[in-house]
Unconditional design. Sequence first.
Lengths: 254, 231, 313
Amino acid sequence: MKTVLTIASNTFKETVRNKVLYNILLVAGAALFLSMSFGDLSVFSRTQVMTDFGLATMSLTGLLLAVFIGAGMLGSEISTKTVYGILTKPVSREQFIFGKFFGLVTTLLLNFALISLVFFIAITLMGADVKISIMDAVVLLAVEMSVIVSAAIFFSSFTTPTLAAIFTIGFYISGHLNDLVDIGTRQQESVIWQTVLKFFYFLLPNLEHFNIRSRVVYDLPVPPDFVTGALCYGVLYTILLLLLSSMVFSRKDL
Amino acid sequence: MRKKLILIILIIGLMSGIVAIQAKLTGIRGLEWKKESITYLPKNLLIKPALLGFETTVANYLWIRSVLYFGDHYITDQNFEYLISMVDMVTRLNPYFYPAYEFAGLMIPDLCRNPDAARVILERGIFYLGEKRWNPAFYLGMIYYKYYGDRKQAAYYFALAAQAKGAPVKKLASLASMFYNQIGDRRASHSVLSFLYETSESPDVRKYLLDKFVSEYAVDKPLNQINTDDF
Amino acid sequence: MNVIELKNISKTYRKGLRARKIPAVVNLTFSVKKNRVTGFVGPNGTGKTTTIKMITGLVRQSSGTVKINGIESFNPQSRQGVSYLSEQPCFYGHLTVNEALGFAANLLRISGKRIGLEIDRVLDIVEMVEKKPVKVKELSKGMQQRINMAQVLLGNPHTMVLDEPMSGMDPPGRKLFRSIFTELKKQGVTVFFSTHVLDDIEAICDDVIVLSKGELVYDGSVMDLLDTGRLGMEMVVFGTVKDEMESLNEIGCIVTEKNNNSIVFVPKDKDYKLVQHLLFSKGKSFVSIKSTSKSLQDLLYHNPQKQYVEHKL
């Protein structure tokens, strides 16, 4: 555990100095404040429009952070050979992967918390209340981001940073389109096709489970066990992807 | 070897957990959230899934564009060629966006001279927001009355509007009852008043409805002996 | 006792769309003995770095076994008390010297209180104490290599595996490193390092392992290797030896004259004492008598295959 924390701490220090991080944060902050004017332009439902824009900005920010920082992490470690200084010590490849993940996700969650703070300030200035349901939406967005980060690490464990970034974006897109597979399953008459589609539905992640933005913004009910279930789903999927990353990375020649 | 075995067991366990939770979450979303049936939405509406969960954000953006478009053309040429499709797309992408239905009910029939388009949009609004908002049903009732001269349908929608949360029950009930009476359907009028009486929790509204019923349909019983069976 | 054991190691890489097999190391077997300094030499591209990476667990062998103290190299436990120095310094750019060594010390599970003392100790050895607060990326290549050596010394490892440690070092740096190796040798640390500089092998190493095209061509002590290259004895005699020429030719000596002296070369298969006695009995006096042999360079890189077929273990 101490080894994992050492690697995590070093990764945190490394990523927190990454300039790309600050550029993305700057853009996100600007977008959040711009969304206040969007609220005004809509004439009606100002706070709802602004809240929705704010949550959408946070979701996209999480994706950008995961892709730009997560996807290139392992690749840059291998190309600069800094990984040699770690893996030639009594450190297993699994400890390395988990350490990198925890370090990276700590940085991203910290930045996500900063963006959330800006968002809450902005909606409070607009006269809206910061409801528990909005906090639930933000927490689920953070969990979604962790899943995407773990996917980025998984892809970067066996391919180049550019391809890993593309695969991560593909993972995000397929995750949000997975509901179509579910709909397709119900529309199919052939049992074989139903089984195949159902297999793919459960194999691929369903990132829509983390999307309760519209329900939160328009005061539609969200069952409490749904939020807990989505949290568990995100945590399990993250662990699964990290274990798969460790397995792949342990076979990799450095 | 042992480590590999533990890893494989762990992965199988994780995948089983994921599948179980996924099934549960899908079930919750399927029952409570996916109100729209596949047949209600046109099958070629691929734009919604293509937006990857950002459909409400795009709807908000489209709404802002619609408002700006309306304002531009209102003060210039009064030609609102694309307004209907813009407002329609807003409600397709975000069926819970109430202002779009308000707009459709008030502006589209008159300014765009297209009550049919407004009718389609408002029916969608009733489907999604009918329980929470009385306005879409009311506007639809007015469209039926004003543009189609169909008092029966108008009365039906006024009665529907009266059942929504926060609706002005007295006024809507009166309207519905009046329209049914005008077309000679006293039975429908009775039904509306009695149904609204039974479902209302407000003592004030119940008294009003009872008085209205009594004033319209004389009953040979003292007031305090009248019960729902008399309706 | 052997610290590092490689048995029938092969490594094949697959390259290109048709996945051509490229052998990097072929059926390699050797051992690194405990408390000895072992050099690892071979021409460029011969598989030295690949072999070292297999020892340190960075690369998985295609076949065979690699063990450190009896534990498979891919097991992180095999690297307890073993340190590795890479050919190029590999530090995180955002860290200072102190932070980089602190990070390495933490990975070695050196206790928090001891870390500061340990960092000071190793920096003192490599003469870089004043560079503690400086970012590693701001140092020159030679200085970075010194920091690299410092991190290898952390925790007093019992075994060190070094990939071209002298690479990029200036002469004072090389001298420092040689003295470090000599000191480590006295302390009984097992050192295994690859190098192109054969003077280092002659000066420091007890044993040497020679690779050529991924295959082992020599595994043994440096002294034995140098012995194989011994040519003979060279005697420099005052004045001329014309009168003794016939006798010397009979023995098989080669005589040349230079600067009014005569240089008599006695091949190693001839008895040089006989020649010495002959010349001395003729009243000749000697300027010098010394053994001549081929340099390690000549032994390894001029017809090495022919040289070492005889001496292969």
